[in-house]
Design a protein around this ligand. Sequence first.
Ligand code: BGP
Length: 471
Amino acid sequence: RVQSLPKGFIWGGATAAYQVEGATKVDGKGKTMWDDYLQAQGRFSPDPASDFYHRYPEDIALSKKYGLNAIRLSIAWTRIFPKGYGEPVQAGVDYYHRLFKECLDNGITPYVSLHHFDSPKTLFDDGDWLNRKNIDYFVDYAKFCFDEFKEVKNWFTINELISLAFSQYIQGNFPPNHHFDVTSAIQAQHNELLAHARVVNLFKDGGYDGRIGLIHVLQPVYPYPVTPENQHAADLDDAFMNAFLLDGTFKGEYTPKTMKLINEILDANDAHLDIQLGDMDILKKASTRNDFFGLNYYQPSFFAAYDGDSTNTFNGTGTKGTTSFKFKGVGQAVKNPDIPTTDWDWNIDPEGLYDILKRVSIEYPNIKEIFITENGLGMKEDLPEGVTDDTIIDDPKRIDFVDQHVAALLKARSEGVNVNGYFIWSLQDQFSWANGYNKRYGLFFVDFTNQKRYVKKSALWYKELADTMPK
Ligand code: BGP
């Protein structure tokens, strides 16, 4: 390893409330869109997850010990407002105060998202982001949090707007499990942007002390092989997955180039987008007010032209080669034989991170500062025979993955991209929405049978790199 971290670099680990906390039925917490769905599906339970609700001091102590200076957390909307609105639950409020205090007392800065895939069940049943009333409730909840949690100085509104829209309405692996419901997917994107923008405007108009932004997962789309037709398919997919949201966030308008591509997709699918009077003014106003941009990066996709109907299969088990994706009027995902993949068919390509960092910094000058808010490798991992408390789990593939991606980040930075932080997904092993417990990402191994934590070699490596940072 030749790299070292710059002074003041944010070097963190990421979590999300529903994926780590467990304790889904305690202290008055309301149901999210996942509880009944997961129970009916019967594959895996969100309890106890990593039991972070009770064990957060242990995980924060580990974070400190292994050189982290920041942590991504999310507030579970339903711990505070069980139905998404109404009277706040004091036990939920108290929990987050305790959690933030524990972070701050240990020199770990909390970066807090208001929404990470866990819409309240009551609002979900009423249309979730497709219902504009949901936006009002989200704004109220955000205001409550800004007024209450003054100790938090770094906020993200929504995590991965596209993953909700895409997984709920296109890919069908998040409730309500629609497939290729293009109208809902594009409308959800627009409405989520609106929710984000309203909260940013509220934060800035209210003069709150701190910084605010949002998180997009970006998936650069490359034609494969390179032909004009495949390039067009890649452009269409890029507009749907990346450009529409980036434009809406950082330009406050959907550019003619993006809209031409989006309209081509909508036409091919008899779909439509409803933009109401005043919406674009709200987006415009917020577009220069984001203090930072959280960029999640896992993989690029490779696209080819495709003529037929939409169809897809989702690899939710880690059985290599079981993913397929063909989107009418867009294109089909193809395998690039030069790019290695994980058991979940995710492409491993650090170049993609470099490319996307360069692109956003050039195309979106309103972006002031970037953090990589998620990046990491999901793998099946087991405890070795004869494990003891001091056993260190060997995960060379993860070290290699993170090393290469941090190198790509530092290269982009050396060329002027203002990227000042990296949060590994994930801090500790967690519950994965559509994959359960066998897809592990953590720096710390969690034995889900007894909640014991074990250090992985990647954590030692993380600490080594942290120590290169000038004091
Ligand atoms: C991101 C989410 C995370 C996390 C991660 C890994 O999309 O923000 O919540 O789950 O991806 O995804 P998965 O768990 O599907 O492997």
